[in-house]
Write a protein that binds this ligand. Structure first.
Ligand code: FRU
Length: 457
């Protein structure tokens, strides 16, 4: 096996060629899952984005359906930016932001509609929401959902207020075509950075959860820099007032190295699922990835399910991934070191801790997990391809660490701790073909090699 070729994910949505960022328009229509992504033919982060289209019957195998929306009209000529999809009256409705640059380099923004009856061809209907007063033109990423109680459609839009503060604009509609502006959704007394991108609201009965991809300035080692994180908090959605009042602290939805712009949708089984962009970061970090040489960049995360239990938000890999399991290997490890060769970089590795004892787990030469059972901290090191040094995260588990579930799909890695209480997305270009575990106590290792050829070509 040539390790250098084990780069392109097989089961994560990844562009054949070109650049991928946010997930858009995630929806299930007549049984088929549709996913679109922000796409550029050229492998570079900025440009006139299109919506590339993939479909799947099982959330595991995805088929390329070409380009659904191109930036070719006056209202979206500089990019069909992010948005979502809903199904109504046997049609898919796509909501997206038309990005327009004027001659002086200024920005205009239009929230646009496109529909499809067959899930293959999309008809543009132009702008349906214009920029209200009180905001800059950093106003984008509509997310629409149905409120059955009120028989209304809601739309939230990521925004920057005229005071250059992040917020979310709320609209409502009875027919999906005519939209009324309600106001700023988020309390202005709180810190929402300088821009909230890709807002989302999910709910489990009366428990509402807001998700935003928040952009803010932070100071690190005395230097001011931009920080972009997808965060969530629970709260009350006061529909009459059009306000979301948080009642929990802000938490990162994913504590990994490569994660941004998550988008949720409800599927026909009534599950609240989401995918996110497994990517982002500064230009050099993105462009120095080995994938760029092969003509593509970035992937989504695996589809994940949100589960809300005992006031906690869990994220789980979708059940359908289990259908990929082929060979299964189980091993009991007790205060020993093991070294194991893997000839397949598409797999699942699960560690079940039977004792709260330290362990060190080296994955394919570029990723290391080290558990400090006294402090209950999992230290994660990932070899950075730009600096050739390890980036590090200390994940505070706050309780016993019971399970570590690693989903490796060539360079895309989704890591779930304690059955999805904490999630970590990692891009990792692996260097070795072995895993090593040095356990001080009792651990159970379960390894599932996935079906099919390893190579994605
Ligand atoms: C988030 C984002 C969105 C925008 C899109 C453009 O990554 O900046 O706000 O719609 O990407 O590609």
């Amino acid at each position: 096996m040539d390790i250098k070729k084990q780069i392109k994910p097989k089961y994560h949505i990844t562009p054949k060629y070109g650049f991928l960022n946010d997930p858009n328009g995630l929806v299930q229509f007549k049984g088929v899952y549709h996913a679109f992504y922000q796409y550029l033919e050229k492998v570079t982060p900025q440009g006139k984005k299109s919506w590339a289209h993939y479909t799947s019957k099982d959330l595991v195998h995805w088929q390329d359906e070409g380009i659904a929306l191109r930036p070719d009209r006056w209202f979206d000529k500089d990019g069909c930016y992010s948005g979502n999809a809903i199904v109504f009256n046997e049609k898919i409705y796509l909501f997206y932001t038309g990005n327009v640059r004027d001659e002086d380099g200024g920005r205009e923004t239009y929230q646009c509609l496109a529909t499809s009856e067959d899930g293959k061809t999309f008809v543009k209907h132009g702008p349906i929401v214009y920029l209200p007063e009180g905001y800059t033109s950093h106003f984008r990423d509509p997310k629409v959902w149905r409120d059955e109680e009120e028989s209304l459609w809601y739309m939230i839009i990521g925004a920057q207020t005229s005071e250059k503060k992040g917020n979310v604009a709320l609209f409502y509609s009875e027919d999906l075509l005519h939209w009324n502006y309600k106001g700023k959704l988020l309390p202005e007394t709180m810190n929402w950075g300088y821009m909230c991108e890709c807002p989302d609201i999910i709910h489990f009965d009366d428990n509402y959860i807001l998700i935003v991809s928040k952009q803010e300035k932070i100071i690190e080692n005395g230097i001011e820099k931009d920080s972009c994180n997808a965060v969530w908090m629970s709260g009350e959605f006061l529909k009459e007032d059009g306000k979301f009042i948080p009642n929990s602290d802000e938490c990162k939805l994913d504590e990994g190295f490569d994660f941004y712009a998550p988008q949720s949708f409800i599927d026909e089984k009534n599950r609240t699922l989401y995918m996110a962009w497994m990517g982002g970061g500064e230009y050099d970090y993105q462009m120095s990835q080995p994938a760029v040489k092969d003509g593509w960049l970035h992937s989504f995360t695996y589809p994940r399910e949100f589960v809300y239990k005992d006031n906690l938000l869990y994220q789980k890999p979708v059940k359908e991934l289990e259908t990929l399991r082929d060979t299964e290997i189980n091993k009991n490890i007790e205060a020993e070191k093991i070294d194991f060769k893997l000839d397949n970089f598409c797999n699942e590795i699960k560690l079940t801790l039977q004792e709260q004892k330290d362990f060190r787990f080296i994955v394919l030469g570029s990723l290391e997990l080290e558990y400090d059972s006294y402090e209950k901290i999992l230290n994660i090191k990932r070899l950075n391809w730009l600096t050739n040094r390890f980036d590090e995260k200390n994940i505070s588990i706050e309780e016993d660490l019971k399970t570590v579930n690693l989903f490796i799909d060539n360079s895309s890695v989704d890591l779930f701790l304690n059955e999805g209480k904490k999630v970590i997305s990692i891009r990792s270009y692996f260097k070795e073909d072995n895993i090593q575990i040095d356990a001080k106590g009792k651990l159970q290792l379960s390894l599932y090699l996935y079906k099919g050829e390893n190579s994605n070509e």
